[in-house]
Each structure stands twice: as C-alpha cells, then as structure tokens.
Design a protein around this ligand. Structure first.
Ligand code: IPM
Ligand code: MN
Length: 354
C-alpha cells in the first residue's frame, strides 16, 4: 500500500465543489491500485484574505512543501481586487515551490463540442508545456515618471540558460515518454525577440541533437501557432514555450478542447511538490448550485496521479472520463447544461472506476 499526503486548497467560488468530485474519483480508484490518500485541507483564498488580510503566509509555504502534492479548486473572489490573490497565492506558490513546468493537455473527448468545424477527437490531442517561473512573470522591470505624460514602464522577459534548459529537457522527456508523433514544437517569436528567442532556439536544438536524436524538432512563431491550433491542431504532439506565450495559447487550447469545464493543468516541479488544478477559475455566480462541471478537476486529479508515478491509475481516470463522455449522458461541458448535477457527474465517473 502506497500512501500519498495531499494538501487540498479548495479556494473560492465553485472551487470546493469541483475539488470534492476530484477527490471522490481519487478515493474510488485508490483501493484497486493499492493507494491510500491522506488529505489535509487549507483555507487559502479570497474569503480568508477578506477575513485576515493574509494571502499565503511564508509558514504556509513551508507546510505545503511537506506534502506529496497539492490539489487546488480555484482562487478568485469578486470582492478582491484583481491581482491580489493571483500574485499572492497562485504565483507565489509556483515560485516558492519552483513549479517550473505548467503542463496543459489539450484533448478533445468524444461527444464534446469544439468550436472547430469538422475536427474530431483524433484531431485534437496534444500537450502544451509552458515554462512556469521565468520570463515576464518574474516581475522584473520598473516604472518612472508615473502619472505624467512622459511615463515609462518596462516589464522584462528574463531567461537564463539553466531555466530554459530544464524546461526543454522536461519537454523532450515528456515527448519521448508520450511516444506518439515524437515531435517537440518550440513556440516563440524569435524573429522579433532575438535575445531570448535565440536562447530558446539554440537550447531546443542543442539538447535535442545531443540527447534526443529520435525526437523530431519543430518550430512555430507564436502568432502562427494560434493560427495552426485552429486550422490544423492535428499537426501538434508536444509544444514547449515560454511563460507568457504559454499562458495565452493554453486558453486557446482550452477552448478548442471544449471549454474551461474540461481543461485541467498541473504546475509541476519534477523533483518537488507539484500542484494540480482545473484551470477554469472560481465561477462565483454558479457557487453552491451543483451546476458546475467537475470534469476538469477530475482530470487534474488524474494528472496528479501521473506525476506521483501512478501512471496506471492516471490512465484509468482518463479512461473513465472518456467512457463517461462517450456514453452521451453528459450533455454539455457548460455549467447548468450538463443534464446532470456536479455531484452526479462525479458519481458517474467514480462508478466507472470502483
Ligand atoms: C493561468 C492564469 C494565471 C497565469 C493567472 C491567474 C496569474 O491565467 O494559470 O494560466 O497567468 O499564469
Ligand atoms: Mn492563463
């Protein structure tokens, strides 16, 4: 029996509801895979911030850092100024726990509507690996003469070779392990961003040539990538990209796979504590109505199993989600239109795993 200690951060809005279904599914499969989960819940989020003025105390980072993984519902509160919780909780955790990979599968399941005409599940199945701690997100830069007509502001795209290389290596390893089209597409804008672009392009080539000769190397400018993601998504296998470009293209990815109700992500530190989340946000207006789609949270739980080394159990979650959707019983990915409630979707997927 293998035991995993999982920190739960249900967070705000519908976060707790979807997380509950993610946990339900994990609990349902655990006995079959000889796994035991010990969950401990933390109340970080908008409500706590409103009550205490605290986002994420440093002691919380030490504490969360002792778990095997973190499972997050959603962070975001309508009464809290934008940026406070994002920076104070989500980004702080990513940086403090050095979760340098943001893993975002873009996968169209059966019977899920994609806005892309004529595209089928076999056409939309790739993974975006977004660098998660560097680039413009480091917050470097500054402003001068603020509020005057001459105001100047900079926000720097900062990358070092080690930060780029560890991300590129992770992406090659991932592509090799995935073993589908064995193609790793670097996405950047090296025709304009000549300094950091060049660093990414050379690292992609050198690491690939030396250590992953069997993996095909490919490159797209980020603007062209958004075009190809819509026109020919079947072309992609694994994409690796810098932080901000990855942020942008993964929202596009979420839409072509059927929307935020089914989009899951992981903030991964391969040698440390990772954090998994449905990427849809806290959807405050649906809170407490049992209408929000929990499939993204369920898929995030599956991703967590994979990173914890439980690849069979992870594949089982993916299979169960696949089966649940193939049944045609879940009518839509949108909140309130699923044809069943949040808890019923969770029960359904769990029943396929028990
Ligand atoms: C995401 C989000 C975050 C990001 C925000 C909330 C800070 O958009 O996880 O993609 O920009 O990374
Ligand atoms: Mn984003």
């Amino acid at each position: 029996m293998k035991a995993f200690n999982i920190a739960l951060v249900p967070g705000d809005g519908t976060g707790p509801e979807v997380l509950k279904e993610g946990i339900k599914v994990l609990e349902a499969l655990a006995p079959r895979y000889g796994i035991k989960f010990n969950f401990e819940s933390f109340d970080f989020g908008g409500e706590r911030y409103k009550r205490t003025g605290e986002t994420l105390p440093d002691s919380a980072i030490d504490e969360l850092g002792k778990f095997d993984s973190i499972f997050l519902g959603a962070i975001g509160h309508p009464d809290v100024k934008p940026g406070v919780l994002e920076l104070g909780i989500l980004l702080k955790l990513r940086f403090a726990l050095d979760q340098y990979i943001n893993l975002r599968p873009v996968k169209l399941y059966p019977n899920v509507d994609t806005p892309l005409k004529d595209k089928k599940p076999q056409d939309i199945d790739f993974v975006v690996i977004r660098e998660n701690t560097g680039g413009i997100y480091t917050g470097m830069g500054g402003a001068s003469m603020v509020g005057t007509q001459q105001e100047i502001a900079t926000q720097l795209m900062v990358y070092s070779r080690p930060v780029v290389e560890r991300c590129i290596r992770y992406a090659y390893d991932y592509t090799r392990k995935r073993n589908r089209k064995n193609t790793l597409t670097l996405v950047h804008k090296c025709n304009v961003l000549t300094h950091t672009g060049d660093l990414w392009v050379r690292t992609h080539k050198e690491v690939g040539d030396t250590d992953y000769p069997e993996i095909k190397q490919d490159y797209n400018h980020v603007d062209a990538c958004t075009m190809w993601m819509v026109k020919s998504p079947e072309f992609y296998d694994v994409i690796v990209t810098e932080n901000l470009f990855g942020d942008i293209i993964t929202d596009l990815g979420a839409m072509i796979q059927g929307g935020m109700g089914i989009a899951a992500g992981g903030n991964v530190n391969p040698d440390g504590v990772s954090m998994f989340e449905p990427i849809g946000g806290s959807a405050p207006k649906y809170t407490g109505q049992n209408v929000i789609n929990p499939l993204a949270a369920i898929c995030a739980g599956g991703m967590m199993l994979d990173v914890l080394g439980e690849s069979d159990a992870a594949a089982a979650v993916d299979n169960a989600v696949h089966q649940a959707l193939a049944s045609g019983k879940i009518k839509s990915m949108s909140a309130g239109r699923m044809g069943m409630g949040t808890t019923e979707v969770g029960d359904f997927v769990a029943s396929l795993l028990a």
